[in-house]
Design a binder for this molecule. Structure first.
Ligand SMILES: [Zn+2]
Ligand SMILES: [Zn+2]
Length: 334
């Protein structure tokens, strides 16, 4: 679908087993070749969907000269390896994300051990540990890894035909997440940083860096300063109204913080205990922890942790260890 002259949105399906909405990739016309932003999963369905939508524009894979990945999550990066083989395109990714490719998609034993240790230390019962620890292993089959040739830091400008895309580093949802801003045309390609309906997951884990939530809120507030008419997100639909959406997301996280503080008022709790006591939203549906699938349970515990650590840094909460398990409580006077 052509969003604006020279900018097309491609809809790429999720694997059937993962009951989720599509990934939006964007294809941008240039003088020497086309720029593809995000790839979708490595499935034959996504590959065929991309091929068909390219053909509708009169293109083949060979017309793509650069593939820019907003962040290394499998729905954005999964098909990159196969697309490089078919197109000969170069891949661009933020420097921080590149370092995670090996541990997430190639040699995963270390990451699995770290994940188990984090979940155990945050109160997940032994009987639930293996399921939560291995919940994302299945996605490995949907990723064809490739090493990026172009390393991004944020601040670069990508000249693509009549467009000038500024790379903005927006850590939080993923530590090396980037958005692309076209200042003159007032367009933001927002990846998973800002979605129109879903609140992107922000969790504390071994590939998140130490401060994912403060980083996320900071990079979200930076979006509030931009003059943008149209936001092109990686899921759901194109929308206007970046500022009101940024305010909604900020408000959502403020409410989460209050809900967590309310639980802490009852006494010391682990991140797992807190996850059991606050509501979760999955695909727009509010659920209890027990209703969540294993991967969403893991994301829930790690999301609670992402909120709890800044509460400690702000002096609102404190933590103590008992038998290797971390308990959070409100600091005196709260
Ligand atoms: Zn993501
Ligand atoms: Zn995504």
């Amino acid at each position: 679908m052509e969003i604006l002259p020279g900018i097309h949105q491609l809809k790429l399906p999720f694997p059937l087993q993962l009951d989720q909405l599509a990934v939006n990739a964007y294809l941008i016309q240039g003088d020497k070749g086309w720029l593809l932003i995000d790839t979708g999963w490595n499935t034959s369905q996504a590959f065929a969907a991309m091929e068909r939508q390219l053909a509708e524009i009169g293109l083949t894979f060979r017309n793509i000269s650069l593939i820019l990945i907003t962040h290394f999550h499998p729905d954005h990066y999964g098909l990159a390896g196969r697309l490089v083989q078919s197109s000969g395109a170069r891949v661009a990714l933020h420097r921080i994300e590149k370092d995670f490719i090996d541990s997430r998609y190639m040699h995963m034993d270390g990451l699995l051990d770290e994940t188990a240790a984090i979940l155990r230390a945050n109160g997940v019962p032994e009987k639930d540990l293996p399921r939560l620890q291995k919940a994302s292993l299945g996605v490995r089959q949907y990723v064809a890894p490739v090493s990026p040739e172009v390393m991004l830091n944020g601040g670069e400008t990508i000249n693509q035909g009549p467009f000038q895309f500024e790379v903005i580093w927006t850590p939080g949802h993923s530590p090396g997440h980037v958005c692309l801003l076209e200042r003159h045309r007032r367009i933001l390609i927002s990846g998973d940083h800002v979605l129109p309906a879903t609140f992107s997951n922000v969790g504390l884990h071994s590939q998140s860096g130490p401060d994912p939530l403060p980083n996320y809120l900071r990079s979200l507030r930076a979006m509030d300063q931009l003059d943008v008419d149209l936001v092109l997100p990686a899921h759901e639909h194109v929308f206007s109204g970046l500022r009101p959406r940024v305010q909604e997301i900020l408000h959502h996280h403020e409410e989460r913080k209050k809900a967590i503080m309310a639980v802490l008022r009852e006494g010391p709790r682990t991140a797992y205990d807190i996850s059991l006591r606050i509501p979760w939203i999955v695909n727009g549906v509010t659920m209890t922890f027990d209703q969540l699938q294993a991967l969403d349970r893991r994301l829930a515990v790690m999301s609670a942790m992402a909120h709890l650590e800044p509460l400690c840094n702000e002096g609102i909460a404190q933590k103590m260890q008992r038998d290797g398990v971390v308990f959070y409580s409100l600091a005196g006077g709260q």
